[in-house]
Design a protein around this ligand. Structure first.
Ligand code: ADP
Length: 523
């Protein structure tokens, strides 16, 4: 069977890609398990050498890859560089520089004096075969993070790109193959949900999933029956909270960019903007004025700011949410419908374009306030004070990211602490996802586990405790229980934990006498 790869701006077919038969997915996973036996025993230096080559290939081919991202995903070419190539290279560099330090064997000394004769270590071992299942909105950046961290930690990877961005998926696979990663260490399977399901059921040891909360739940249920660990990077309904002490001109520009970059198809995009009442009218006016100026069109034109929605299914979700909001009383200030902009030659583009949309008079009964919209839609809500806005922001079932805009440092700190989400940015939005050192992930229905940073690497390893003892004789706590041993244990508790110094000192003689019991008293 073949899947069509479609340019969402023009609806032209870019290529047809052969899907992976479900039975083959199992074969691929078996081979990956075999490859893991060898790959897991390579040194981190060997793996880093290959990773550096992969980075260099991405760097060298950045123009071709950025163009392909715009062709298949639709985002403006500038964003293909700034939001895909740039942060992907940053991730490569971060792990190339830091993975060895993060994964180094760690010596740990016990708190318990009796254990001081042991040599204890934390060993970061690879988990096995990791399934990386990715969405279409960041077809390079999203898969590249778990692929890099899984491989550098010594895991094998089976990567399933979204069915809407197979060509970029294949390009990522080629990069790692060309870099010299051995046969079956990096693998790709092509297909829709059925292939993803087969992958989840195959011989894998961990799933790193980025996508919708709905699919995340299905995957977690399946993983739970085995059970295998999952990292779930799911949807968000990120609030932007704007207090009345800000520079309205600057912050309104941020709202427009945060909501409409990548046509709003970013999990950490601004999904709803709360603005304090004193500046509400002025802020809304500025946002509308700036939104009207945005250039919608084919992302290959360098001055286009809003590309198409990636696929028809997503376009229908956005249209449905807008209709629902209008029917329940929302007021559209600009945008609100599908359009067919002209290209630079004056020809009408047939793709999935949706006007950047600003609305007010929204409430919690509307779908767009409860569910992720994932489109160029910005509802703006008026608020009075801190308590009201925190309650509004926390009401969402999601908790991926949030932003707070104010000049008041104390207030910023208060709000940051009260918001339940994976990250909160002050006077900034969205960009932390492009910073390799920032752990990204969510709470509540936005998922759990983290990508990027050292935590993204710890997500890909078995944190194994290893303890070596070549010194201790029979142990105090073994069988042969009696009054005397009970007294010794109680003395040990007093010595280590009593709040009274006197009590601690009193327990010492008994402890010393009984610490090393005779062998014959043991069973
Ligand atoms: P989106 O619509 O944002 O792409 P999805 O959750 O539908 O989000 O898809 C994300 C990824 O999960 C895609 O690669 C898709 O093919 C895959 N997928 C969809 N359904 C399943 C499933 N039941 N099991 C595993 N993977 C799936």
């Amino acid at each position: 069977m073949k899947l069509k790869s479609i340019n969402p701006a023009t609806l032209e077919v870019l290529a047809e890609v052969e899907t992976t038969p479900v039975e083959e997915v199992f074969e691929i996973s078996k081979k990956a398990q075999e490859a893991f036996k060898v790959w897991s025993s390579t040194t981190i230096d060997e793996r880093l050498k290959l990773l550096k080559r992969a980075r260099d290939i991405l760097y060298k081919n950045q123009d071709e890859i950025a163009r392909l991202i715009t062709l298949e995903n639709g985002k403006p070419i500038l964003e293909s560089y700034s939001m895909e190539i740039f942060p992907s290279l940053d991730l490569f560099d971060y792990y190339i520089k830091n993975a060895k330090r993060i994964l180094k064997l760690k010596r740990v000394r016990s708190q318990i004096p009796l254990f001081w004769v042991k040599r204890n270590y934390i060993h970061f071992e690879p988990l096995g075969v990791v399934a990386v299942i990715s969405p279409w909105n960041y077809p390079l950046l999203f898969p590249i993070a778990p692929i890099i961290s899984a491989l550098v930690a010594g895991n094998c990877v089976i990567f399933k790109p979204s069915e809407y961005t197979n060509l970029i998926g294949l390009k990522i696979y080629e990069i790692f193959k060309e870099a010299g990663f051995p046969e079956s260490v990096i693998n790709i399977v092509i297909g829709a949900g059925d292939v993803g399901e087969a992958l989840v059921d195959s011989h894998i040891d961990k799933i790193s999933f980025t996508g919708s909360t709905k699919t995340g739940r299905i995957i977690m249920q399946k993983a739970g029956t085995r059970p295998i660990p999952v990292t779930l990077e799911l949807g968000g309904k990120d609030p932007m909270i704007v207090f009345d002490d800000v520079d309205v001109d600057i912050v309104s520009s941020s709202a427009v960019w945060g909501a409409f970059a990548n046509a709003g198809q970013t999990c950490v995009s601004v999904e709803v903007c709360y603005v304090q009442e004193k500046i509400f009218e002025k802020f809304v006016e500025k946002v509308v004025e700036k939104t009207k100026k945005l250039k919608v069109g084919n992302g290959l034109d360098p001055d286009v700011e809003i590309g198409p929605i990636n696929n028809e299914k997503q376009l229908n979700i956005i249209e449905g949410q807008i209709q629902d909001a209008i029917s329940k009383g929302a007021k559209i200030l600009t945008g609100g419908k599908r359009i067919f902009p002209k290209d630079k030659n004056g020809n009408e583009l047939k793709g999935y374009f949706f006007e950047p949309t600003v609305l007010v008079d929204v409430d919690d009964s509307m779908l767009l306030m409860r569910e992720e919209t994932f489109g160029p839609v910005l509802p703006i809500i008026k608020f009075k004070d801190e308590d009201e806005v925190v309650e509004g922001a926390n009401i969402s079932e999601y908790g991926l990211s949030a932003s707070v805009w104010t000049k008041d440092k104390r207030r910023a700190k208060r709000i940051v602490e009260k918001i339940r989400s994976g990250s909160v940015l002050v006077n900034e939005c969205v960009v932390h996802y492009g910073d390799a050192k920032a752990p990204c992930g969510g709470v509540k229905s936005s998922g759990f586990g983290r990508v990027h940073s050292e935590f993204g690497l710890y997500d890909m390893v078995n944190i194994k405790f290893e303890s070596f003892d070549f010194i201790s004789p029979y142990r105090l706590w073994w069988f042969g229980y009696d009054e005397k041993l009970l007294g010794t244990i109680k003395d040990a508790i007093s010595f280590l934990h009593s709040p009274s110094i006197g009590q601690r000192v009193k327990s010492i003689p008994g402890l010393i006498l009984n610490l090393f019991r005779k062998d014959e008293s043991k069973i």
